[in-house]
Design a protein around this ligand. Structure first.
Ligand code: FAD
Ligand code: NAG
Ligand code: NAG
Length: 409
């Protein structure tokens, strides 16, 4: 079948690999000049030489927050000589490069092509319009299936702090954080204490004059030489007032407040909406229930992304090829309703609908079972669960013993 893949990050390349292997005719559109998405580093922020906004979020000297044992594709292990579990951004990009080369994927990647519109064509096909970012020429073609792999660390989410624009210093989102230079001898406030907040604070703590970390809920996060603060209640020209009444002056505020799911290229008639960071209606976070020849790869967060994309790509292809019978529309909607009911019962907010976390073992197993595809061995999901339960304390080495067990060394 003719398949359009939008994006050549982790999700796009693994989809491309499996789709080609099954004999499909694929075009993978990538708006930048490189594959790898998140894993490509650049010093630049703002716009690039073609006038395109730069969406890179990687920073210098990043080390992975997960062990490599949960960052690979099922049929492509890391080279033997890499013994350590925690690796660096260049090593991950090299892994992706080796993968692309080994399976000869690059000739199917159309660089500098941004997908600007996707519309249904007849009942189950799609018209995909791309724009060449260099000369702005547009081109439309018809495909039997569309895989949306555009990534979700792309559109910054900023908190609702009234009076934010009263602040005279520099305000920025973590997506524009690159390296320590800007922060030398500065008084810095980092807002948000999830992965990116803690990472950024750790990166700059040795160069700042003062560093505060503000977060909504009390946490057990303790970073040496960083002052913990509650939420910001308001900003004023020289700094911030916190919920406990304390006042601090700052030169720079960095918002580490996450990202929003957005699909600016999907026409309304595709049937997809996003409400408080909940993309719907999707069956098992993957299949567009309204038009089930459209698949979303890589929507879940707080998950082992490589393995999640791996199994989601194979799940989707099995559905497209009718290797298993997809439930009827009303049954998929009911499944989604039941899931929503379950989340509500546990007071999970909408914006956490796609958060997998400790449900990873059952989520991976469920996809494998429904589609009767090769499962991701349980040991990887179990290792992932273990690592996130040790958050902040994870620079260890892990050895996979078999499909069920690992050891920590
Ligand atoms: C700072 C940071 C650190 C991280 N650390 C880890 C880690 O240690 N371990 C881990 O497993 N995960 C980590 N992640 C998560 C990481 O995002 C995933 O591992 C994975 O890279 C996600 O891949 P993706 O393909 O879904 O998205 P992306 O990597 O964002 O790729 C999407 C691609 O689509 C392209 N694109 C978007 N829109 C269009 C369009 N309209 N037309 C054409 N092309 C388009 C983009 O240019 C991009 O190349 C980290 C993320 C960040 C931001
Ligand atoms: C734009 O560039 C593409 C690819 O290089 C080329 O095929 C096309 O003819 C160009 N269009 C115009 C109007 O220059
Ligand atoms: C961190 O790891 C050490 C050594 O494995 C362990 O003793 C300690 O309890 C861990 N701390 C947390 C917060 O999990």
């Amino acid at each position: 079948m003719k398949i359009a893949i939008i994006g050549a990050g982790v999700a796009g390349v693994v989809t491309l690999k499996y789709a080609l292997e099954r004999g499909h005719e694929c075009e993978c559109f990538e708006e930048t000049g490189e594959f790898g998405g998140t894993w490509v580093y650049t010093d630049k922020t703002g716009v690039d030489e073609n006038g395109m906004k730069i969406y890179r979020t990687m920073y210098k000297d990043l080390i992975t927050n997960l062990p490599k044992e949960v960052m690979f594709f099922l049929d492509f292990p890391y080279p033997e000589h890499i013994k350590e579990s925690i690796i660096t951004q260049p090593q991950v990009l090299q892994y992706l490069t080796d993968y692309v080369n080994k399976f000869d994927l690059e000739k199917h990647i159309k660089y500098h092509q941004t997908v600007v519109k996707v519309r249904p064509h007849n009942d189950d096909k799609w018209t995909v319009t791309t724009e060449n970012v260099i000369n702005k020429t547009q081109n439309s073609k018809i495909y039997e299936s569309v895989f949306v792999c555009n990534g979700h660390f792309r559109y910054p989410k900023l908190p609702n702090i009234d009076s934010r624009n009263l602040f005279n210093g520099l305000q920025m989102h973590s997506s524009d954080y690159r390296n320590q230079n800007l922060y030398k001898n500065k008084r810095v406030l980092v807002i948000g204490a999830s992965y990116s907040g803690i990472d950024v604070a750790n990166h700059i703590k040795s160069v700042t004059k003062k560093l505060c970390l503000s977060h909504w809920s009390p946490t057990n996060v303790k970073i040496e030489s960083v002052v913990n603060k509650p939420a910001v209640s308001k900003m004023y020209p020289q700094g911030a007032v916190f919920a406990d009444g304390t006042v601090e002056e700052f030169d720079i505020v960095i918002y580490c407040t996450g990202y929003e799911y957005k699909f600016p290229f999907l026409d309304d008639s595709c049937g997809i909406t996003v409400n408080d960071n909940w993309v719907k209606p999707l069956y098992k976070h993957v299949i567009n229930i309204e038009r089930p020849t459209m698949y979303f790869i890589g929507i879940p967060f707080l998950v082992a992304a490589f393995q999640c994309c791996d199994i989601q790509a194979r799940f989707s292809l099995a559905a497209l090829e009718k290797k298993f019978v997809l439930p009827q529309k009303q049954h998929m909607l009911k499944d989604l309703n039941d899931y929503e009911f379950e989340l509500k019962k546990n007071n999970v907010p909408n914006r956490h609908t796609h958060k997998i976390g400790q449900r990873i073992v059952s989520y991976f197993a469920e996809l494998a079972e429904i589609a009767a595809i090769r499962p991701i061995p349980n040991v990887y999901a179990k290792l992932y669960s273990y690592v996130i339960s040790q958050f902040g304390n994870q620079s260890k080495n892990y050895v996979i013993l078999n499909d069920e067990h690992f050891i920590v060394c």
